[in-house]
Design a protein around this ligand. Structure first.
Ligand code: HEM
Length: 186
């Protein structure tokens, strides 16, 4: 379990400097100077930190075999030298989303909203990692997903376009809390 566990600590330290924090939907998060991304358990809020969000990487839920092949062929790794920009976007979906059956969620995510098809257009510019929060066992995780993206400064406008396309989709009518943090590595 531990290798899949990630902690995002908002505070004064970490290699990512926060450039901008926008509350897109629902309750905001305290503004912080830096984000520390830790691939390990962080059981307690460190001194000087404002918040701690946790998630685990997991198996895919919705991708088909052919989508997986396209993703695998195009998706870059995290940590590329030129990818000095990042976006950290914690998201929560509504109870009505979670009450849907798996096939209904797939229909909305891809057949109606083209999430994967849209995302694929932005590869290999954008590298990503999806973290799930609902399976951590605790009952107090404030988000369902912690999404993380890395790209070069020259791809910032393209990333904004991608996010705007997704937010206009049917899938996003099920999002009731979303914070959009943009960061730079120095
Ligand atoms: C899920 C691809 C951008 C938020 C997924 C999944 C794929 C995917 C394949 C489904 C994973 C599964 O089968 O479980 C991409 C690609 C992108 C991209 C290629 C291009 C960079 C984004 C952006 C956001 C986002 C910009 C946020 C603004 C999410 C969320 C989920 C997800 C929250 C989980 C949905 C759920 O399980 O209900 N993405 N995505 N994605 N993506 Fe994206």
């Amino acid at each position: 379990m531990n290798a899949r566990l990630f902690a995002f600590v908002g505070g004064e330290i970490g290699s990512w400097r926060v450039i901008e924090t926008k509350t897109v939907a629902g309750e905001g998060l305290a503004e912080v100077k830096r984000l520390n991304v830790v691939n390990a358990a962080v059981p307690l809020l460190p001194d000087d930190a404002q918040w701690l969000l946790r998630g685990v990487t997991s198996n895919e839920r919705y991708v088909t075999r052919s989508e997986r092949a396209q993703l695998t062929a195009k998706q870059p790794v995290l940590g590329r030298r030129q990818a000095t920009c990042a976006a950290f976007i914690p998201i929560r979906k509504t109870a009505s989303w979670w009450n849907l059956a798996q096939d209904e969620r797939r229909m909305i995510l891809e057949e109606s909203s083209n999430h994967i098809k849209t995302g694929l257009k932005y590869l290999p510019a954008v590298a990503r990692r999806l973290h799930h929060c609902r399976d951590l066992g605790g009952d107090a995780e404030p988000f369902d997903f912690l999404t993380w993206f890395e790209y070069a400064p020259s791809d910032s406008a393209a990333f904004d376009e991608l996010v705007a396309e997704l937010r206009a989709s049917q899938e996003w009518t099920y999002v009731d809390r979303e914070i959009d943090m943009r960061l730079a590595r120095d």
